[in-house]
Design a protein. Structure first.
Length: 257
């Protein structure tokens, strides 16, 4: 990057952020969005939710990024149209904004959300309170059902499961995808969105991929660019048409053939 472009970068980023906020927030809400001084939750009304309000944490920069990812970039959306009463798995529900958007688009849907970080989960509960047909669970999605350890990096949105006990900072119950389907008696899942901060690699490389036979469409965010092609091969071998997403640098989309 030459020095001229580098000098313009802050201005470019400022203009881009304000354009995104113009698209998703009413004008009066933008002052609240930029106010990072308080410790209380902030409620922001979202244009693409017919101006319904969502909750973010005032001192959490990641929540502000998630607002833009969900309601502007919309990386989480399925590669095909879903029925209004779709069954959706939201694996890595974060603070519940993707669930809110799914429920807005598919009002009769049944959504099962899983979020392993306790603080994210508490905000997710606020954002999903009283939504009919929504079940959220504070567990990690992993290769097996039991207990996992994970590293909580406060500077990123990554809460990565680790086998390094020295790096691990928290412990959490885990559940496998096969056990999710069995627990909720799900014989068919119309759409599965998976964004579980690196655990998707372990799941896709595990011996048990039987759960894929009950899933019709998937959006899997990968966290290693070099794993994308291998993931496409794994999913394709399970009877899906699978490809790299054009909107996200390391996500794959899949539709059951």
């Amino acid at each position: 990057m030459n020095s001229f472009k580098k000098a313009l970068l802050p201005v470019t980023n400022y203009l881009l952020e304000n354009y995104i906020l113009f698209k998703i927030l009413p004008f009066k809400e933008r002052k609240k969005y930029f106010d990072k001084t308080g410790n209380d939750d902030i409620q922001l009304h979202i244009k693409t939710l017919d101006n319904e309000g969502v909750t973010i944490r005032s001192n959490n920069a990641i929540d502000r990024s998630v607002i833009k990812y969900v309601f502007y970039h919309q990386y989480h959306l399925p590669p095909v149209d879903l029925p209004a009463d779709a069954v959706i798995l939201d694996l890595g529900a974060n603070i519940g904004l993707t669930i809110r958007h799914f429920k807005h688009l598919y009002p009769q849907s049944k959504i099962f959300g899983f979020e392993m970080d306790k603080q994210n989960f508490e905000t997710c509960k606020k954002n999903c309170a009283e939504l009919p047909g929504v079940t959220i669970t504070n567990k990690a999605v992993w290769t097996n059902t039991g207990t996992i350890q994970y590293a909580d990096n406060a500077d990123t949105d990554a809460y990565a499961i680790t086998e390094n006990t020295q790096a691990a900072t928290k412990e959490m119950p885990s559940i496998s995808l096969s056990d999710i389907l069995a627990t909720y008696s799900l014989d068919k899942v119309d759409y599965m969105k998976m964004d579980i901060e690196g655990a998707e690699k372990n799941i896709l490389e595990s011996d048990d991929l039987s759960w894929m036979q009950k899933v019709q469409a998937m959006n899997i965010e990968l966290h290693e660019d070099e794993f994308v092609q291998k993931a496409i091969d794994i999913v394709s071998q399970q009877g899906f048409k699978c490809w790299k997403d054009t909107k996200h640098w390391a996500s794959i989309m899949a539709i059951k053939k």
